[in-house]
Design a protein around this ligand. Sequence first.
Ligand code: PMP
Length: 355
Amino acid sequence: MIKLKYRTGLKDMPSYDVVERDWNIKVNANESNLNMPPLVEERLMARLSCVAFNRYPNEQVDTLAEQIAANFNLTKENVLIANGSSEILEKLFFAFGGRGRKIVFPWPSFSMYKIYAKFSASTAVPVDLREDFTFDPIAFVDAIKENKASLAVICSPNNPTGTKIPVADIEYIAKNIDCALAIDEAYIEFDGGTVTGLLKEYPHMMVARTFSKAYALASARVGYLLANKKVIEMVSKACMPYHVNVLSAITADTVYQMRDEYVPRIQMSIAERKRMSELLKQIDGMTVYPSVTNFILVKHPKATQINEYLESLGIGIRSFGNAPRLENCLRLSMGTREENDTWYKAIKDFVEGNV
Ligand code: PMP
């Protein structure tokens, strides 16, 4: 048996794992539980029937970048399309990181930041959110300065806490640091507060967005980066040639053209989040963190048992087990009203001992 020489550190690197099985109700990955609106699907199918499958996907990706740029009053040179915002984030860690470089982000936040830091051989510097998961901009700037960071990443609204980081705080940071500042706006459509309006004023600032959440397109893996021309040019160098496939580019382009079709369901998700937050507060022992996303983080002394009970009913939620700072926390994505009523009743019955 040949002993294969894997890259140093790969063996100890955690994987991105979500417990997956054929759930009856799946609210564990912050996806949309509604598929593509029929009108969008109809338009998409017509476009897909004309694809030149023999050609590399230059034109379609450019068309999507132009469309997105126009929406933000930017040019296509300010936009990089990629395979989900995951690819964008990974490339940002690569482009600004490296051996001896430090990358600062609030914690707890999106679990992949620590993995991308390792992957890019950079040092991750997580800065604790306050006890109630609110963000301390002064502590964050201090950490960036003390560590002479090359990149700071802020997830707003933050996953998994659901909390918003005020635009004023982000502007304060942009003003007071001299490194790259990336804002991960994966959940921004669920309550606004975008920093895209600051991009022209702060050329060291960049915004990562995704089609996976509000636009219900997790399957296609499309995300984008908005940034100044030079940043886009440099980060693009880290991408493979033709990294976004033609099917995903046309799908995202069609969805973006028809994004008004998604407004009612985004509003529904927001309304459900508000309704479910209020209901969850009524459960004995439950702490409910304020959310501006399509999910809610809660804490309960019996979180592990609640999760096991829901699993036994085929309901998939995200449990954080004993993860530091997230002990006894559960994250629930907003499904349809009926799905939300079902998981809520199951949690309530379990806590009240009615099972
Ligand atoms: N950022 C955050 C905060 C996320 O929660 C996720 C997905 N869970 C991503 C980025 C990546 O999303 P995608 O690659 O699907 O765009």
